[in-house]
Design a protein around this ligand. Structure first.
Ligand SMILES: [Zn+2]
Length: 79
């Protein structure tokens, strides 16, 4: 197994990603063992780009644990 460089405890759901301002782009399995994906509800820390298969690029927001895969991440400003 290859250790995740950021946070090995944060799981994410396959390749389901989405682009929505202010919301983490990853989906995770819920914590109750049902195996169903749910939205990651961690606070957003990063904004950057993600390259989709086929070369398309989307803007994504990410919590700290899901930063892997975000290109050129910038820290989201906190008020
Ligand atoms: Zn997340």
């Amino acid at each position: 197994m290859t250790p995740d460089p950021y946070d090995p405890t944060v799981d994410y759901y396959a390749n389901a990603v989405f682009s929505e301002r202010g919301r983490c782009w990853r989906m995770v399995h819920d914590g109750e063992g049902s195996g169903r994906p749910t939205f990651c509800e961690e606070p957003v820390e990063w904004v950057g780009n993600h390259n989709l298969v086929g070369g398309r690029q989307i803007r994504v927001w990410s919590c700290d644990g899901h930063r892997a895969g975000v290109e050129q991440p910038e820290h989201v400003g906190h008020r």
